[in-house]
Design a protein around this ligand. Structure first.
Ligand code: ZN
Length: 455
């Protein structure tokens, strides 16, 4: 039987108070005991493997609730583009990648996730490439199959295509990967197709996610058919002949009218919410993912996390694609989001504290993905998805309060170890499941090609 004892100066179960000088006992990939080191040692037999991290914290692996790993080679694409230009460049360049280039791009993202302390991703795939990469990497994931179609008559062909693509992804997916549906966004999916996919997801008991309430461009397109989303973007996809009937209401109200809102829907990259939007999210128990860094960078605002968290909702954090956020570091995501909110509120006693952000990046995210019975906290019976964070470097010393040290002072370079199901994926700056160098070289080559196409 495989038994590992992990010890550190700090253990953060997340669902209970931090433990000073703590330990976690892992047996066959499952957490067996969590507590003060001396207490946990009583459960330990001689055959246990011991990993002592010392001046460090053990905490649940982070849950990145919104990624597009296949876009990793587009890192930094949004540095100088507003939202619609970013979307159009992504949509133009992404289909030019070969399958192998997409898999390599997703490998790059998976490597980055693991070494920055993420153990679960909610990823979006076009052709299953990221399923291949995530399986190789050993991450836990929910992978969402992307659908884009503005032809209202294409319902049957979309459903049959979705069936095939979901089955393909299931066939190649590793044991910790679930497959789900992703109608892209209100500007890329006809209402009839949204409605049909929503019915399909309910009947098949699948999670469904979509980009929603992502900013003023989306809102104005849905309400009035305006912005470049109503002209150039549609022309680029050849949808110019399919008339868009302006809805006269914002995106959430429109999707309510088409029977799309329900408790298994995840609204991804939410940036801008009116009081009516908040009421609709609550009424239908829609799960919400905020990607504050990406949406702020694109000049699209950022989700009102304080108002959302007061409403007892399933609420997680995501980085979006690195084409917008530049990196997949969830510590950056927590820190910058907290600072954005505090700065906008113009007060220090903002509603959310470092511990709330850690909750959203672990238990909150797990709950959004329906995985909170398996992951998100360090508790006996849960899967051993655990990370160790170094506190011994000068930028962390001394640790005054552990939640603050993690949110305000930690970055991806501080990750000492990441494990999923008790299997170590990263330790001592080395990846255990993939060879990093060839992936980086291959992605560098692709990114040079992309740069030439942008200039
Ligand atoms: Zn996205």
């Amino acid at each position: 039987m495989s038994r590992i004892l992990l010890t550190a100066d700090w253990v953060l179960p997340v669902t209970s108070d931090p433990i000073l000088d703590g330990a976690v006992l892992v047996e066959e990939g499952t957490i067996k005991a969590v507590g003060p080191r001396e207490e946990v040692m009583r459960h330990v037999s001689d055959d246990v493997e011991i990993k002592e991290f010392g001046d460090a914290a053990l905490l649940p692996g982070l849950v990145n609730c919104h990624t597009h790993l296949e876009h990793s080679v587009m890192r930094g694409l949004a540095d100088t583009y507003p939202f619609v230009e970013w979307l159009m460049n992504l949509a133009r360049l992404s289909p030019e990648l070969s399958h192998e280039q997409r898999v390599n791009s997703a490998r790059l993202g998976a490597l980055e996730a693991i070494s920055s302390g993420t153990t679960t991703v909610a990823d979006v795939t076009r052709d299953g490439s990221s399923v291949e990469a995530i399986t190789e990497a050993g991450l836990r994931a929910v992978v969402f199959q992307e659908v884009r179609e503005m032809d209202p008559k294409a319902v049957d062909s979309v459903l049959s295509d979705v069936d095939k693509r979901l089955n393909h992804s299931r066939d190649i997916a590793g044991k910790n990967i679930e497959i789900a549906l992703f109608p892209d966004a209100p500007y890329a999916v006809a209402p009839q197709i949204y409605k049909a996919l929503s019915k399909y997801s309910r009947e098949s008991d699948l999670l469904m996610a979509t980009h929603l309430a992502t900013g003023s461009a989306e809102r104005e397109f849905v309400m009035y058919g305006s912005t470049r989303l109503g002209t150039d973007y549609r022309d680029m996809f050849g949808w110019g002949d399919h008339m868009w009937q302006p809805m006269g209401v914002p995106s959430l109200k429109y999707l309510e009218q088409w029977d799309v809102l329900d408790g298994k829907l995840i609204a991804m990259n939410v940036a801008r919410l009116s009081d009516q939007d908040l009421e609709l999210l609550m009424k239908y128990k829609v799960r919400v993912v905020a990607c504050c860094r990406a949406s702020a960078k694109l000049g699209a605002g950022f989700a009102p996390l304080g108002r959302l968290s007061r409403r007892d909702m399933r609420l997680g954090l995501g980085t979006e694609s690195v084409s917008a956020s530049n990196n997949m570091d969830m510590f950056d995501e927590m820190r910058i989001s907290l600072l954005l909110h505090r700065g906008a509120a113009e007060r220090v006693e903002f509603d959310l504290f470092a511990s709330d952000y850690l909750w959203m990046a672990t238990m909150g995210g797990a709950s959004v993905l329906g995985l909170d019975d398996k992951i998100g906290s360090l508790e006996p019976g849960k899967s051993a998805d655990i990370i160790a964070v170094d506190f011994s470097e000068s930028h962390q010393t001394p640790v005054r309060e552990v939640n603050s040290a993690l949110v305000y002072g930690t970055n991806e370079q501080d990750i000492m170890m990441s494990m999923v199901d008790g299997t170590v994926l990263f330790e001592n700056e080395l990846h255990m499941t993939m060879d990093e160098i060839p992936v980086i070289r291959a992605c560098d080559e692709v990114s040079r090609e992309i740069r030439n196409k942008l200039n």
